[in-house]
Design a protein around this ligand. Structure first.
Ligand SMILES: Nc1ncnc2c1ncn2[C@@H]1O[C@H](COP(=O)(O)OP(=O)(O)OP(=O)(O)O)[C@@H](O)[C@H]1O
Ligand SMILES: [Mg+2]
Length: 472
């Protein structure tokens, strides 16, 4: 760790508590910035970088959760430690679920706070190293160099700096959130907050207040005035994830807010004006939802100014090896394993698989395979789980009966048989792919090779191997 002073933001409305925390932390060599309430803390956060934030939960003007949200918006790795009195432990646990780093109950020992801080700083630096890893990719921090992805990068570049609303669609796990982040990072709003909100994860009754904020006493449980995500995102980007899940009553309010860039908090009379760039995502077909009457047409048009349609992984198979490499690196560090490659046979299987869960599924698979792996190479053995799912999954275009291995007999597996079976299965799938690509391109080898993401030469070799001729 560097010898530079580590900077901590301490937010607590009790002057005494602030003094105690400051004294403990200064003695440990931290530089401390105190804040007397949530709003002050949020202002401080925007004014300079911190390595850890320690915050009380209940404070006037804005509470610890708002401070936490602001931290997330500014820097998702920034660790937040919640200090909580006896009565608010549940709230602190909620905060942990949302990603707070730790919580400490009052009264606390100096040691407890010291240890929590050390742990937080260590994790912060570990996370930053990961960010460097991401930096080593392209400037979008998205892995993929296939033609469909390059088109996506083009669109990102073109729209990043425009104020237009962007609607990102695509199957689950295709990287919609990554694209939203890239748009923000490459826009002139990059120094301002990126505020994500998952509309599906918030109960209908709370969504309006989450988005627009509320005034104290607006409803039971509204104990303080609270800014909504629109206000937190002022000057920056608001990412409305799963926009298809927003109920119709709120769709109306969203529409109005988009048209006028202004709204009222729940229970409030004052009009709030904000400057927010909106990026939305959904894995539903919003046009269908409009047809079905579940989504307002006018809002749909308003959101769909710039549509970005992320292709499923099976439509950009050439990216699979790149993604494998990237996730191998990521989990090698995280799991401390010496696994550095994937065998040819395993890659063949992964290239042929349909990936209904897209990149998320691939990432999970690499992590699992790496845990199972006992050498430096991930081989078909480690993909056994995939083969299982695969067999259940009818997407395995009716594989020949003998092709799939049977490893259910008392957990005993004859490895040579399994490998053999998978090899046969792979060849069979590969042949189907080549057949299909050739059929679709009218037998044009160059075009078929491009579709398959392999070179023309290796396609010719494979065609020879399988006894396929292009005029077949
Ligand atoms: N091209 C990519 N390069 C590297 N990582 C990726 C890529 N695409 C997705 N991921 C990773 O896969 C996971 C899923 O991505 P993300 O959350 O953006 O998907 P999503 O499209 O929002 O899915 P959902 O609709 O289920 O929310 C994340 O961990 C993300 O970092
Ligand atoms: Mg998502």
């Amino acid at each position: 760790m560097s010898s530079a002073k580590r900077h901590v933001l301490v937010a607590d409305d009790e002057a005494n508590m602030r003094r105690v925390l400051e004294a403990i932390l200064r003695r440990e060599g931290y530089e401390v910035t105190p804040a007397a309430d949530g709003l002050e803390a949020i202002e401080m956060l925007r004014s300079r970088p911190f390595e850890v934030v320690v915050t009380d939960l209940r404070m006037p003007r804005a509470g610890g959760m708002e401070v936490f949200d602001a931290c997330r918006a500014l820097n998702r790795n920034l660790p937040v430690i919640i200090i909580t009195a006896h009565g608010t432990v549940e709230a602190a646990v909620e905060a942990m679920k949302k990603g707070a780093f730790d919580f400490i109950t009052k009264p606390f020992e100096a040691d407890a706070i010291r240890l929590a801080l050390e742990k937080a700083i260590r994790s912060y630096h570990a996370a930053r190293q990961e960010v460097h890893l991401e930096d080593s990719g392209n400037r979008y921090r998205i892995i993929g160099d296939s033609a469909p992805m390059r088109e996506i990068y083009d669109v990102i570049d073109r729209v990043a700096d425009s104020p237009s609303t962007v609607l990102i669609t695509g199957e689950t796990g295709t990287g919609k959130e990554l694209v939203a982040e890239a748009i923000h990072r490459l826009s002139s709003r990059r120094e301002r907050p990126f505020v994500p909100i998952n509309c599906a994860a918030i109960p209908e009754t709370l969504l309006e207040s989450e988005l627009f904020g509320h005034m104290r006493g607006a409803f039971t449980g509204a104990i303080t005035d609270k800014p909504g995500r629109f206000e937190l995102a002022d000057g920056g980007t608001l990412f409305l994830d799963e926009i298809g899940e927003v109920p119709k009553e709120i769709q109306v309010k969203l529409l109005r807010c988009l048209q006028n860039q202004e709204f009222e908090r729940v229970g409030g009379v004052k009009t709030v004006r904000v400057d927010v760039r909106l990026v939305c995502a959904t894995n539903k077909e919003l046009a269908d939802e409009v047809e079905l009457g579940n989504f307002r047409k006018d809002l749909y048009y308003r959101l769909n100014v710039v549509p970005i349609r992320l292709p499923p992984l099976r439509d950009r198979r050439p990216d699979i090896p790149l993604l494998l490499d990237y996730f191998l690196g990521k989990y090698r560090e995280r799991l401390g394993k010496g696994v550095s490659r994937v065998s040819e046979a395993a890659i063949d299987i992964l290239m042929a698989y349909d990936w209904p869960g897209n990149i998320r599924e691939l990432e999970n698979l690499v992590e699992r395979a790496m845990l199972l792996c006992r050498s430096d190479t991930i081989d078909v053995d480690e993909l056994r789980g995939l083969a299982d799912e695969w067999r259940r999954d009818s997407r395995l275009i009716g594989a020949p009966a003998g092709a799939a291995a049977d490893d259910e007999v008392g957990g005993e597996v004859d490895e040579s048989t399994l490998k053999d079976a998978i090899r046969r299965q792979t060849r069979w799938v590969e042949r189907q792919w080549i057949d299909r690509a050739l059929a679709e391109t009218g037998g044009n080898v160059t075009q078929a090779a491009r579709k398959l993401g392999i070179s023309r030469k290796s396609l010719q070799m494979k065609m020879k191997e399988y006894g396929l001729r292009k005029d077949d």
